[in-house]
Design a protein around this ligand. Sequence first.
Ligand code: HEC
Ligand code: HEC
Ligand code: HEC
Length: 107
Amino acid sequence: MVTRLILASMLLAAAAGTAFAEIGGGDIKFEVKGESDVVFSHADHVRDNEVKCTACHDKLYLNVKKHRKVSAKQMNLGESCGKCHNGKDAKINVADKSRCTECHEQN
Ligand code: HEC
Ligand code: HEC
Ligand code: HEC
């Protein structure tokens, strides 16, 4: 009985550990001029939607320090988030005016 309880609490601790462990590069904040900021979530992509690291690295993105800034216009032409967020490969479409706030959170 005692062993069972110890095992159960160990499993719980392990589960909590996974929940807080950073996935890929974690949450990345893009500070945007003229629009509200965008937080990109590795967990949403890698864990919840099974997007592979290689779908984004290193062709689209390197890291925060080597960030290549992309304009909204370039994004609408398929660069950066727009590579997938075109309404086909991913539902949210960077060109759809009713969905801007799904990335540009109101703050
Ligand atoms: C859907 C696209 C996408 C996927 C999939 C993805 N990443 Fe990223 N990753 C990004 C973006 C966007 C950045 C920020 C790059 C920038 O600022 O230019 C980033 C940055 C990073 C960074 C650097 C963080 C920093 O602080 O500089 C690491 C490390 C990283 N990713 C690892 C991973 C790993 C490991 C995986 C797979 C488990 C993964 N990424 C999957 C989009 C992605
Ligand atoms: C899939 C997520 C996503 C959606 C949807 C999205 N954006 Fe963005 N947008 C971004 C990210 C990320 C950046 C920052 C890019 C960078 O710094 O490289 C950005 C940058 C911008 C910028 C600053 C760059 C520039 O051209 O001046 C503007 C303005 C902008 N977005 C407007 C919009 C509007 C308007 C919509 C809706 C029609 C929209 N965005 C939808 C992710 C998104
Ligand atoms: C390699 C393809 C790819 C790239 C690049 C990509 N995404 Fe996504 N994203 C997806 C997929 C796939 C989904 C989930 C399925 C869907 O929306 O159809 C998703 C979902 C999302 C969601 C909704 C998350 C949720 O579960 O509620 C947001 C917000 C988002 N992405 C933001 C971004 C931003 C911001 C960028 C650019 C910095 C970006 N994505 C780049 C593929 C991508």
